[in-house]
Design a protein around this ligand. Structure first.
Ligand SMILES: [Zn+2]
Length: 326
């Protein structure tokens, strides 16, 4: 994996700058946090979307962005693995396996291949295709869970744990609640439980996102909109945000589970009484990040987000050229 030619001998072709998003060649932005003229948005989580002059995204990400930010957004839609030209760059989107519509961005110019992961996971995701990892010369990767403490059990095991939690609640005459973000995780949890034959209810915002997922062929058996009264023998899948705390308070005799990669650290989203943690993440864990690098075979790795210094050090110790991006 290590090139015999050092970086100083091989000057990068595509210029990369991190400044609240990734700027390429001074013209194209990847997931910028400010309004930019020309942006590629990898997926529809709140910290990746914005109102730009012109946005390029997959059809599902475009639809989710319009649901979140308004119909007036100008978005050019691109199917996965169909290359397009943008400001002198050849761009191809590949599934990132992170949520519906999520994509990695492969950018090519003058023989150099630069891959930006956005948010990525390699394990299976019930609501989108698995990640497809192309080979590249330079890789810009996230490292949300880039330290060895974050090694998740198989997703199937975590889904079973959630099912067991619901069954145990019902046996004890308690109301089961699972906290999961409204866009992405909530749909994955609702689908996992529903497909296991468990009745699910969700609040309005999670439901509206599910309706959009349905337009892209993702089905949610055994799921209904929560009517705000009683759970009627169902599990409530609700976002962990503070605005849902009053809704939670109205549910008596409940047990609360939380579906998140941070479960391995027992970190709660707000001062809530969490009875059980489920390490179900939409991000790659430490081993998957290493696998991502093995599969993409880059000669240089630039690390962003999360444990970027620690992960870059780990890669250097393994003989790779790697550094955190400022
Ligand atoms: Zn994300």
């Amino acid at each position: 994996m290590v090139s015999s030619q050092s970086l100083s001998e091989r000057r990068p072709v595509i210029q990369v700058r991190e400044a609240g998003g990734i700027e390429l060649d001074g013209r194209v932005w990847l997931d910028p946090d400010k309004r930019r003229d020309c942006a590629i948005v990898t997926h529809a989580h709140g910290d990746h979307i914005g109102k730009h002059g012109l946005t390029h995204a997959t059809p599902a990400t475009a639809a989710l962005m319009k649901l979140r930010l308004g119909d007036e957004l100008e978005i050019v839609e691109h199917e996965l693995e169909v290359p397009f030209e943008l400001e002198g760059l050849k761009v191809t989107l590949y599934s990132a396996g992170h949520m519906l519509g999520s994509a990695m961005v492969l950018v090519e110019r003058d023989g150099e291949r630069l891959l930006f992961t956005g948010d990525v996971k390699l394990r299976d995701n019930l609501t989108c295709p698995r990640a497809v990892v192309p080979e590249c010369d330079r890789l810009i990767t996230e490292s949300t869970f880039g330290i060895p403490v974050f090694r998740f059990p198989p997703a199937e095991t975590v889904r079973e744990q959630m099912g067991d939690f619901v069954a145990a609640c019902h046996r004890a005459g308690e109301n089961p609640v699972i906290l999961a973000y409204a866009v992405g995780k909530g749909q994955e949890v609702a689908k996992a439980l529903g497909e296991a034959g468990i009745g699910v209810c969700v609040p309005t915002w999670t439901w509206e996102v599910m309706e959009l997922y349905r337009q892209f062929g993702v089905e949610f058996p055994n799921a209904v909109l929560y009517d705000g009264t009683n759970l009627g023998g169902r599990v409530l899948v609700v976002p962990p945000g503070r605005r849902y705390q009053s809704l939670l308070k109205r549910i008596s005799n409940k047990r609360i589970g939380y579906a998140s990669g941070w479960a391995l650290r027992g970190r709660a989203p707000f001062p809530a009484e969490i009875d059980e943690f489920f390490p179900l993440s939409d991000h790659a864990d430490f081993d998957e990040l290493l696998e991502l690098i093995e599969r993409s075979r880059p000669r240089e790795v630039l690390v962003i987000h999360g444990y970027k210094e620690a992960f870059a050090r780990e890669l250097c110790a393994r003989g790779l050229e790697a550094r955190p991006l400022a």
